[in-house]
Design a protein around this ligand. Sequence first.
Ligand code: ZN
Length: 353
Amino acid sequence: MRMLRRTMLVLAFASALSSTAFAQKSFTVGTATAVPGHRADGYLEVPAGADAGTRIPVIVIYGAKPGHVLALVSGAHGTEYASIIALEKLIPAIDPSQLSGTVVLLPLVNVPSFLLKVPHVNPVDNKSMNRYYPGKSDGTQTERASFLITKEVVDRCDYLIDYHGGDLDESLRPYAYWGPTGKVEQDRISKEMVLAFGLDHIIIWRERPTDPAATRYLDNTASVHGKPSIVVEAGHAGTTETDDVSLLVNGTLSTMRALKMLPGDPHPIENPVWLEKIIDVTSDIEGIFYPLVKRGTYVSANAKLGYVTDFFGKLILEPRAPESGVVLHINAVPSLKKGDNIANIGVVAAHAP
Ligand SMILES: [Zn+2]
């Protein structure tokens, strides 16, 4: 009798333990729930509101070993294809049995842009999906999606990488953004991440919103919440070239090694070109654009970047580089309307940070 009672008590205790352990040993984002050593697929369901609802694919890879949570997010601009394809390639490349910690992967935030081949914005509300963070639960689709990503992904992760590239109309050379915050430890880690990623041009992005209610960009939202984060860009004008995709895939794996989420050593870039300023060269006139320089070309101040004619072939504009620097991207198509971006020039920093 005594014996039996004791056995029953032990059993009850064991069952309480295992249910607690089970509750802690799954990781859910949206409809995807993964257990250690496994991957789960699902969606972030953005409910209908002022306009239609949508759903954003999410993959949770829960490592067999404990560790931090890394968020990888691509396709806010759904026609920056190289970055989307890179994350698609990472889904099977990250082996949960080798992984320490958890990867939350959003390969395509802006599904309507991808399906309808609309660059720069979400065609549902005509808003860029990387300008409205932290989002609003009662806003338009972009704002509601941003709100959900902030809550489900940014708030849950320890580190974040946001992937972009040249859009359909942008001929872009690869580069990364590093946004120092002034918090020493956070900046040390984000700098380690950006160096480990290995892109050879890095923009030092200093002037960013610091108000948590108006963080604007995804990586900045993570950053303002104390989470080391970087932005990486590769790919151009609708292409998915192996060189560009591989830079993003290998850069991610190297960064994960630097964060001790994967075994092995990272391959950090040793002497990147640090850029301290980005100059937008925009058009104040509509017409036909003819480039005279390529992405990645280094230009002197006042160098001609191209020329613009009207529809009768008459020269109407000769855009020039306002300062010396590298052509990070240049308009990839002849179409040019008033206000369009012609090129971005990155000015090399006087000192490495
Ligand atoms: Zn983008």
